[in-house]
Design a protein around this ligand. Structure first.
Ligand code: AMP
Length: 420
């Protein structure tokens, strides 16, 4: 074993399992690409201030989980703990919102970093695919995003997930609720930290997972009773559009999520086979975020789905994705001359788009055929001195074991026909 190991809370993606991760990213991205979302990539780190302001000074993500550091040049940066603030920052910086085509619809895929206590489904480095629709207030847009996430999960074969839905109100009605909730919470028996949270972000107390806290929250005022008429109508429309699309959801008045920027529609996708880390994805509307980071008013909505947990959800449901063997043809040269000729054939096949691999390192027939087998290739091409003298290679069907000579010039054509 080497002296180095992957850092705590991280893991490596290795073949063949890594193919599942690629397929999951693809499956989540496909409905977005099909619905007008353009691909965006932002740096892995940003000015720490962007997250402090954008995600929220009082959130766990910012206060406890951020990898923040100072560079040699004195810049205060942080590894990105989430995608939305960066994507919005990039869109504003490039003036995408001024190009006259709102909403700006973007999707992304990448690594995110949170200094969390690692456990199954919770890592310090994880992977998300996300989508943001910037600059439009339209319930159909909220519904679109939820429908597309649902479509992505279903395309993977997932069934045991649920969509939890809530509205967090707006800057008109939430403050009234906030005050009522604070009144209620101040009367409870809570520890110092939680008391402080009541003053900074009381909604997040509702999210406290501890039994002792949850017990006391029975009878807490519900945000749904405080929504203003506009928020109520908006939420009703989102719910009706989802129902019309045949997307089932559950109302969850306690869903607040761990980020400060959400307004109105909030949702989470939970999977019932994942134990405590059951959220496979989540998102919502963030109408105030642009202004919070110094931009104009740009009501927006988005989500991020966790790739790691989606893979765990597949395992929990016993789903094996249908991933075709990466190699179709495996070439085995016997001898120097054959090596040169077959390598040429391999290059030709690859250029023609046939997935081909080659036996390197001058292995004998037995060892090389073992590797051909392991590669999952449907056909092997074997050539020795005698074959070359006759201008042929042996084409072996790895399933039936049958072998036939094929004229060198006809190898590509023959394989194409056989592979379909
Ligand atoms: P959040 O922004 O916290 O709602 O995260 C969105 C999604 O990213 C979650 O539903 C998870 O699937 C995934 N995620 C968040 N944090 C982690 C983590 N520490 N490890 C693995 N996946 C995570």
């Amino acid at each position: 074993m080497s002296t180095f190991q992957a850092p705590k809370g991280t893991y490596d993606l290795l073949p063949p399992d890594s193919a599942t991760y690629l397929a999951v990213r693809e499956a989540i991205a496909a409905p977005l690409k099909n619905s007008g979302y353009g691909y965006i990539e932002t740096p892995g780190f940003e000015n720490v201030e962007l997250f402090a302001r954008g995600v929220g000074e009082s959130t766990d993500i910012v206060t406890k989980e951020m990898y923040a550091f100072e560079t040699k040049g004195g810049d205060k940066l942080a590894l990105r703990p989430e995608g939305t603030a960066s994507v919005l920052r990039a869109a504003l910086e490039a003036n995408l919102h001024k190009a006259g085509n709102l909403p700006v619809k973007l999707w992304y895929s990448g690594s995110y970093y949170r200094y969390e206590r690692p456990q199954k489904g919770r890592y310090r480095h994880f992977s998300q695919v996300g989508a943001e629709a910037i600059g439009a207030e339209d319930p159909a847009l909220d519904a679109e995003l939820i429908i597309l996430a649902d479509q992505a999960y279903r395309s993977l074969g997932l069934r045991n997930f649920r969509i939890l839905l809530n509205s967090l109100g707006c800057r008109e009605c939430r403050p009234v609720y906030r005050a009522a909730l604070q009144d209620f919470l101040r009367g409870l028996d809570l520890d110092e930290d939680t008391r402080r949270r009541i003053e900074i972000n009381p909604l997040r107390v509702l999210d406290d997972k501890r039994e002792t806290v949850q017990k006391q929250l029975v009878g807490a005022p519900a945000l749904s009773d405080y929504l203003c008429d506009a928020c109520r109508a908006y939420h009703k429309e989102v719910r009706e559009l989802l129902a019309a699309a045949g997307v089932a959801f559950e109302d969850d008045v306690k869903l607040v999520r761990g980020l400060d920027y959400y307004t109105r529609t909030t949702f989470e996708f939970v999977h019932d086979g994942l134990g405590s880390q059951s959220a496979v994805g989540g998102g919502g509307r963030y109408d105030g975020l642009s202004e919070m980071i110094g931009g104009p008013a740009l009501p927006s909505v988005g989500w991020a789905l966790g790739v790691d947990r989606t893979v765990l959800a597949l395992e929990a449901e016993g789903i094996e994705l249908d991933i075709p063997a990466s190699t179709s043809v495996y070439a085995v040269p016997l001898g120097e001359e054959a090596r040169r000729v077959l390598f040429g054939v391999v290059t030709e096949l690859r250029r023609a788009g046939v997935a081909t691999d080659f036996s390197y390192g001058g292995k004998g027939l037995k060892g090389a055929m073992k590797n051909a087998n392991r590669s999952g290739a449907r056909y092997a091409l074997v050539a020795g001195e005698r074959d070359l003298a006759e201008g042929v290679v042996q084409l072996k069907d790895m399933e039936s074991g049958e072998q036939e000579p094929v004229v060198l010039d006809a190898v590509l054509e023959t394989l194409r026909a056989k592979l379909g």
